[in-house]
Structure formats: structure tokens, C-alpha cells
Design a binder for this molecule. Sequence first.
Ligand SMILES: NC(=O)c1ccc[n+]([C@@H]2O[C@H](COP(=O)([O-])OP(=O)(O)OC[C@H]3O[C@@H](n4cnc5c(N)ncnc54)[C@H](OP(=O)(O)O)[C@@H]3O)[C@@H](O)[C@H]2O)c1
Length: 264
Amino acid sequence: MIEPIKNIKNAFELTGKNALITGGNRGLGFGIAAAMAESGANIAILCRDTSKAAEAISALKKFDGKYESFSCDVSDLKDVRKSVREVYNSFSNIDILVNNAGISCVSELLDMDEELSDWYNVVNVDLNGTVHMTYEVGKRMRDAGKGGSIINITSNAAFIVNKSQAMSPYSSAKAAANHFTRCMAVELGKYDIRVNAIAPGFTNSELSKHIPEDQFDYIINQMPARRFGEPIEVGAMAVYLASQASAQVTGTVQVIDGGYMLSC
Ligand SMILES: NC(=O)c1ccc[n+]([C@@H]2O[C@H](COP(=O)([O-])OP(=O)(O)OC[C@H]3O[C@@H](n4cnc5c(N)ncnc54)[C@H](OP(=O)(O)O)[C@@H]3O)[C@@H](O)[C@H]2O)c1
């Protein structure tokens, strides 16, 4: 059982916790890494682009913790197994896993190539990558007996169909990741491991830079918040879900999209 907080002071602290963040080298993943580092956590980043990872690690050094990056393609189970072993060799325990690595594509199903490459590429990273990491880290969290928090970064695209940009692999993978979150909350609850998802909407990053200007204006006009989100705002929600403040929260999908889904 996870004990409730007694008061609000320090309820969001992550001091002494070790967080493993996939895709923590840039975009939302880096926002989450920075927010958690500022809240006291040590950070392990898993990603493919090692030079961007080195930049991220050096930016985190202004906080006072241990920060390291590890090369990994989350779509490849063998690579995940190897990288997670390396992370544990260095960090000994992981308290927080953030499955953030993700890719997208804009393509209608019937226009895809004969191999359905777009479909498999996206599902292999966005859904299977999350499953691979949860399997490898979840087993170690269970065996360590200290509980943990797993946070899956999905998308509001899991709930809606974006007419202007056909993204069935992305939306379907993210919807499946939301339900995987609920299944894992039930399966891992007995080990005091909480599992939640964050479903961001349009947030400033490389991924969202490719939106054409006319669509950008449409999006902004639909949003009650009238702006794109910032990675640090997703980081704030991740800090909450990782911390003792959310001890009673599991199996949820937290939408952070400036209200976009209310009127799109
Ligand atoms: N930006 C948005 O508007 C938005 C909205 C909703 C949801 N999201 C979700 O938020 C997450 C982060 O997106 P972002 O906007 O920050 O995207 P981004 O700037 O394009 O970054 C994507 C991250 O995922 C990592 N990654 C991709 N494929 C990988 C693989 N096979 N193995 C390991 N790492 C891999 C990348 O690492 P490398 O640099 O090593 O390739 C990078 O760190 C994604 O899950 C995305 O679906 C974003």
C-alpha cells in the first residue's frame, strides 16, 4: 500500500528518486527531465541521438543530481534489454519510468506502401516501445519491492480523429497505450507500482514544428487556452504523477491540451 501524504509541503518532491525517461534528450521528454531534475530527481535518458543527449545532460547539470544518457531504440526489445541493464548498472534502482519516446506520420492507410511501413514504424515505437520498457523496468521495480510510478506519454489524438492530418497509426497506437496504461495499473497495483498516462495536445517541439501555418491558425482558434503548450508544462504534470502527491492516482489518462478537444 502506498501511504497518503500528511501535508502538502514537500508532497511534490522527488529528491533521491531515480527517473528513467525515454526520448528525454529533446522536446517534451527534455521538459519532463528538466522538471523532474529541478524537483530533485536523478535522471537517466534513453534515446538514439547521442549528441542531442549530450546537450541535454549538460543542460541538466545546473541542477544538483546525477544525469546520464544511454543509447537505445525502444522499438527493439533486445536493445531495450541491453540499455535497461546498463541503466541499472549505473543507477541501481529506478523509481520513475516515463515512456515518452514517440514518432508520428501523416498518411492515409490506403496511400501507404505495400509493407505498411508507416503503420509498423509508428506502432513499433509508440505502442511496442512503451510495452518493451514497461516489461524490462516493471520486472525490476517488482523485484526491488519499492513500488514505482510509470508514466506513459500518449496524446489527445487518442480520443479524436484529426480530419486535416490523417494519422491513424499514431492515434491508434496512442489509444492502445492509454488502455495499456489502465491494464498495467491493475496488474502492477499489487506491487505498489502506479501507472498513469499524460495525453498532451499541441505542444511546442520538433514534432509540432511541421504543422502548416493555416492549420496552426485553425488550431489556435479552437483552443480555449489560445496557445500551444510548453514541454515544461507537461513536465509539471509528470512531476505530480511521479510524486507522493498523487499516491492515490493510478490508471488515469491526464489530458493537457489547452482545452482543444472541447471544440475541435
Ligand atoms: N509535441 C506535441 O505536440 C505532442 C502532442 C501530443 C503528444 N506528444 C507526444 O510526446 C512525446 C514526445 O514528443 P515530442 O513532441 O517531444 O517529439 P520530438 O521532439 O520529435 O522528440 C521525440 C523523442 O522521441 C525519441 N524517439 C523517437 N523514436 C525513438 C526510438 N525508436 N527509440 C528511442 N527514442 C526514440 C527521440 O529520440 P532521438 O532524438 O534519439 O530520435 C526524441 O527524444 C511523443 O510520445 C509524442 O507522441 C507530442
